[in-house]
Write a protein that binds this ligand. Structure first.
Ligand code: HEM
Length: 138
């Protein structure tokens, strides 16, 4: 159909690419690490924690990029937003902050039960943020 598909401008392209790349590390990394844990346990009792520490060195910079490019996103597209878009953005920011808090508690706790609960909360809220992001992008 004429006049619908168009390329993003250079700055929009950079902004969204950084946001999506950071989302790939934050969300994709959690999913991948969760899938690797059973195999890591076979390597040795400390292997899962060693992997988690290595991932943390990528995970938190990615989270920082998500927060920075998220604010940039709002500045770039949020000016003429209507009620539903703003409501989704508000919900998204809430789950983003929850995912950061849960991931932080997950890395600090010593209890196996809390480890599982905060890991699940971090993963679920991160995927929810991703899905809300796709809807915000329209
Ligand atoms: C866990 C953290 C986050 C994840 C996983 C995430 C993920 C995403 C994804 C996958 C998109 C869709 C990109 C596209 O379809 O082109 C997106 C868009 C968007 N995100 Fe995020 N995001 C996160 C944090 C944030 C934060 C903290 C904010 C605001 C402060 C934010 C605001 C936005 C906005 C406004 C859009 C739409 C951009 C546009 O239409 O140009 N995001 N996000």
């Amino acid at each position: 159909m004429l006049g619908t598909a168009h390329l993003a401008g250079a700055l929009d392209g950079l902004r969204l690419s950084l946001h999506v790349l950071a989302a790939a590390v934050w969300v994709g990394g959690q999913v991948t690490l969760a899938g690797l844990v059973p195999a890591a346990r076979k390597v040795g009792p400390e292997a899962p924690r060693t992997l988690a520490r290595a991932f943390a060195r990528l995970q938190w910079p990615a989270y920082a990029v998500l927060l920075a490019t998220g604010v940039w996103n709002v500045g770039a597209v949020g000016s003429d937003a209507h009620g539903a878009w703003q409501a989704v953005l508000g919900a998204k920011i809430a789950v983003v902050l929850l995912s950061g808090l849960a991931a932080g508690l997950h890395t600090r706790t010593r209890s196996r039960r809390a480890l599982a609960v905060w890991g699940a909360v971090a993963g679920t809220s991160s995927v929810a943020a991703l899905v809300m992001g796709v809807f915000l992008a329209g």
